[in-house]
Design a binder for this molecule. Structure first.
Ligand code: NAP
Ligand code: F7E
Length: 325
């Protein structure tokens, strides 16, 4: 039976990954930050089946302690300050956690447990101002936020530890993936929540495009990457891209209502058919630099990992609209 450490276990992906690895018979250890209020909701289903260890990516000693205590076969490094918008408010903190935190973990592996396999949660945000369409493993990077830059550092460090020290390190370059467990500040969940609560939706740029997949499916491919004979990096995406505006329209359609954008296409005010104003554009949600278009080419994952996504845009929205989570 294998033992795994999941950092970020109580996040969206960590919770699904914990469920998946438990179903495969793994012993699951989760790294958890102490909080003064409850933060275990997402792992409620599995809380009795996993072991939680207090620690922090910023605190190397806590990582060393966990590696001393358990023989860890695989680490999934999902912990991060993952909100792109906040990364302009807290660029140093974001970099400390995402970049230096990952390096600390890699150093603990190198010095105490070099046979441990390592998964790094890389991101399509590293493509930023995209240099080609669609983006694949060979597309040059051009991050557009402190978050993207911090993740690019961690990505290259993972590659470097693989090449320098023969650490079995894989980076999954995952495009946006959502679920009912998505954090409330991310645009998909924000839209779903407002529609469900009948509240006015206040958004920033509704014309950026994202390649949205389903988180529960995406965590399975993290596991697959670590089961290969040789460590490699993979783009994980659906190959479809949609604007935020299309997400709003499609989610609204599930309520039986339609949303109309007043006037010409570029007019941002959104009304339902009955004339109720449901969407307002709010400058505070615009970003200093935007990633306008993301669409991934996951053909390498299909070829080598026999993985492809089943849930696409409409079904994803349906799952989120219908869920009580
Ligand atoms: P998430 O829901 O925001 O979860 C992040 C997790 O990291 C939480 O458990 C959080 O714990 C933990 N964390 C934050 N700072 C930490 C620290 N200093 N030490 C230890 N734990 C810390 O993110 P997600 O959507 O599941 O994403 C998982 C990973 O994939 C992240 O690294 C993200 O950057 C990356 N990624 C996500 C996407 C996506 O579309 N979801 C796409 C590509 C890559 P608290 O609860 O204590 O805050
Ligand atoms: O923004 C626009 C915003 O915050 C998506 C993270 O998981 O995926 C995620 O990053 C788009 C952007 O996700 C609002 O400007 C408009 O163009 O949901 P988001 P993200 O920035 O794509 C990547 C792959 C990660 O790695 C990250 O960790 O939506 N947008 N109005 C808005 N976004 C938000 N959050 N809120 C708005 O009101």
């Amino acid at each position: 039976m294998k033992t795994t450490l999941i950092t970020g276990i109580n996040g969206q992906d960590g919770s699904y990954l914990a469920e998946y690895l438990l179903s495969l018979g793994y012993t699951v250890i989760g790294l958890l930050r102490r909080s003064s209020s409850p933060n275990l909701k997402r792992i409620g289903k599995v809380i009795d089946k996993i072991t939680l260890e207090y620690g922090d990516l910023l605190d190397e000693v806590s990582l060393q302690r966990i590696f001393k205590k358990y023989p860890i076969d695989e680490v999934y490094n999902l912990a991060a300050q993952s909100f792109v918008g906040l990364s302009w408010e807290q660029p140093i903190y974001t970099s400390d956690v995402n970049a230096m935190g990952t390096l600390k973990l890699l150093e603990v592996i190198r010095t105490t447990s070099p046979k441990t396999k390592f998964y790094q949660a890389s991101t399509s945000e590293m493509f930023g101002m995209v240099q080609e369409v669609p983006q694949n493993e060979n597309t040059p990077f051009y991050p557009r936020s402190p978050y993207g830059v911090s993740k690019l550092y961690a990505h290259w460090m993972s590659v470097n530890y693989r090449e320098s020290y023969n650490i079995f390190a894989c980076s999954g370059i995952l495009f946006n993936h959502e679920s009912p467990r998505r954090g409330n500040e991310f645009v998909t969940k924000k839209i779903i929540n407002a529609i469900k609560k009948n509240e006015i939706l206040r958004l920033g740029n509704i014309y950026s495009k994202r390649d949205w997949g389903y988180a529960q499916e995406y965590v399975e491919v993290m596991y697959k990457m670590l089961q290969q004979n040789t460590p490699e990096d993979f783009v994980i995406a659906t190959g479809e891209t949609h604007t935020i505006k299309e997400f709003v329209e499609t989610a609204f359609a599930f309520t039986g209502e339609e949303i109309h954008f007043e006037g010409k296409d570029l007019d941002e005010k959104g009304y339902t058919k009955s004339g109720r104003l449901v969407l307002e554009i709010d400058q505070q949600f615009y970003r200093p630099a935007e990633v306008n278009l993301l669409v991934g080419d996951a053909s390498k994952a299909k070829r080598l990992l026999n993985w492809e996504p089943k849930v696409k845009f409409n079904e994803l929205i349906e799952i989120m609209m219908k869920s009580d989570e």
